[in-house]
Design a binder for this molecule. Structure first.
Ligand code: ATP
Length: 372
């Protein structure tokens, strides 16, 4: 499933040169984005980057200052929210407390004057979808947090919108329940074959649920790509840093060859770096090498088989996380680097310990050179 790579695919949602200003302040800055049918799309970014505003313009709670938004080819700007084929799921505290689960789900359908028999059929279908058939008569306060969340979901899906909008939908749930609910959301989205657009500042949530992620900063899209591309091939220090843990080393470009960049860094005893990548840069340019902690090796002896990407340092801390241990190594010159090592066997003694002189290293295909 990758319609975004298919030049013939027609997007369901199109933002074209959309800007939104509140007075002097630009919340969304000349942004263009296509989202496809059946896609689970995540808007990810820190607080204030404009992701909620971007979503609210699709729902019709805000109109853009400039630009065009279309859904299935139809221009949305100026159309009131209730006429749009979008629906926003609100957090569970927006349920009607005095109404049963059944009535909460039926509410929008009754407002639309749907015929009684059809309402009953649709509510039953929704109850089944969210696995709450046995809870139809209960009131929201007689349900757990996770169950209430599922009622809210059923209610927002009952009218069969073309796009479901989810604004930090799982923020109120604890970690375990949040993870379970993420998988339920994915399952329901697949079953219905609908387009879901989620706003989150939680990178793990975005990585788990989404087909594609847009990473935003100051009203602009920095990178739009599937989770694995965002993680493995971030296009900037901003994205590398926002998604997951990363080590970033400043270096100077020495030479460029097809599929390879050689660099030189002054830290770690002064070392040659080599990264398997095509980069637009020239010798002498400053660049940044980003390496994920799980791709960094720590050894007491220099790994003899490797010519580049070996730096000297000293272990100044080891963080035990159960599944992993994080080795914090201070390189000669002061830069610190993290290496994550899975704890595969029960550790009786640590082979590498505090204040050990070590070598950190990584293979040329596990780092990324970033020029911005
Ligand atoms: P959060 O996760 O905190 O909601 P966000 O990325 O969703 O952040 P938005 O809610 O889209 O960010 O807001 C982007 C910026 O626009 C913020 O600086 C916010 O203060 C501003 N903003 C949003 N709505 C309004 C408004 N109605 N009037 C003035 N400024 C607004």
């Amino acid at each position: 499933f990758a319609p975004w790579n298919d030049p013939a695919a027609v997007p369901l949602i199109r933002y074209e040169n959309v800007s939104k200003r509140f007075g002097e302040f630009t919340a969304v800055d000349n942004l263009s984005l296509d989202i496809y049918e059946r896609e689970f799309f995540a808007l990810l970014g820190p607080s204030g980057c404009g992701k909620t505003t971007l979503m609210r313009m699709l729902a019709g709670f805000e109109d853009p200052t400039e630009g065009r938004i279309t859904l299935g080819g139809q221009d949305l700007v100026g159309m009131p929210p209730y006429k749009r084929q979008t629906n926003m799921m609100f957090q569970s505290y927006a349920l009607f407390p005095h109404m049963s689960v059944w009535d909460n789900i039926a509410f929008g359908l009754k407002q639309d004057r749907m015929e009684k028999g059809s309402i009953a059929a649709r509510v039953e279908e929704m109850l089944k979808l969210v696995k709450l058939e046995k809870f139809a008569k209960r009131k929201p306060h007689q349900l757990s947090g996770g169950q209430r969340q599922r009622v809210a979901l059923a209610r927002s899906l009952a009218k069969r919108p073309k796009v479901l909008l989810l604004d930090e939908p799982l923020g109120a749930l604890d970690k375990k329940l949040r993870e379970e609910t993420q998988f339920e959301l994915m399952d329901i989205q697949m079953q219905l074959g609908m387009t879901f657009l989620i706003v989150t500042h939680d990178q793990e949530e975005a990585m788990t649920v989404a087909d594609r992620i847009a990473v935003m900063d100051h009203g602009k899209l920095i990178q739009v790509a599937p989770p694995a591309v965002i993680y493995e091939q971030p296009n900037s220090r901003y994205v590398a840093d926002f998604v997951g843990d990363v080590n970033i080393l400043e270096a100077k470009v020495e030479a460029i060859a097809p599929g390879n960049v050689s660099l030189y860094t002054s830290v770690g005893g002064g070392a040659k770096l080599s990264i398997a990548q095509n980069v637009e840069a020239k010798p002498g340019d400053t660049a940044f090498v980003a390496i994920r902690p799980e791709k960094v090796r720590v050894d007491l002896d220099p790994p003899a088989w490797q010519e580049a990407n070996c730096l000297r340092g000293e272990v100044w801390d080891i963080g035990y996380l159960g599944d992993l241990s994080i080795y914090h190594v201070e390189l000669e010159g002061g830069t610190r680097i993290k290496a994550a090592k899975p704890n595969l066997t029960r550790m009786v003694e640590r082979p590498i310990t505090w204040e050990d002189k070590v070598w950190v290293s990584w293979t040329p295909d596990s780092g990324v050179v970033l020029t911005r």
